[in-house]
Design a protein around this ligand. Structure first.
Ligand code: ZN
Length: 170
């Protein structure tokens, strides 16, 4: 929103704004876990749970042009690590899966419905499957640069997602 040629007025991030940002996510060891690419920043509709709760809360009230570094605790990120979601199964229970190896992700039917499980260990005939989110129990260290904040269109609000660059086609 440009008020005149010499002075820009930036919208504040609030419920139902469309926000565009660049981010880098690191774990506590400083390893990059995820980042937006320079050509494709992340665009989302604020306040609709499209980002993890802790990050949305930190972005509330910020403006385009701001850079911030925030650390999100596991409870506000991908949840605490739940040891009861780890199970060991005999390899034969997974027959039909070629070249099973640690790090592989599988779709699994569980009593709580379908979920993604990660193969974390294979020892002899025993395969350890972990249904925690790979980032469960981890602090999330974000560096964020907000590049644009705008009002959502009526259509975007009705659909509940962003249209145009970085968003849906319809
Ligand atoms: Zn749409």
């Amino acid at each position: 929103m440009i008020a005149d040629s010499s002075r820009q007025v930036f919208m504040v991030i609030e419920q139902d704004c469309v926000v565009t940002l660049h981010y880098t996510l690191r774990d506590d060891a400083g390893e990059v876990i995820d980042r937006s690419s320079s050509e494709r920043p992340l665009t989302y509709l604020h306040g609709r749970g499209q980002l993890i709760a802790g990050l949305e809360r930190e972005l509330q009230g910020r403006r385009a042009g701001e850079k911030l570094g925030v650390t999100i605790a596991p409870a506000d990120g991908y949840g605490e690590y739940d040891a009861t979601l780890v199970e060991q199964v005999p390899r034969r229970a997974l027959k039909g899966i070629a070249s099973l190896k640690p790090g592989m992700q599988l779709r699994s039917r569980t009593e709580h419905g379908p979920r993604t499980v990660t193969v974390t260990r294979i020892v002899g005939d025993l395969v350890t499957l972990d249904a925690n989110h790979p980032l469960a129990g981890k602090s999330l260290n974000f560096e964020v640069e907000i590049t644009d904040v705008r009002q959502a269109t009526e259509e975007e609000l009705a659909h509940g997602h962003v249209h145009g660059p970085g968003g849906h086609a319809h």
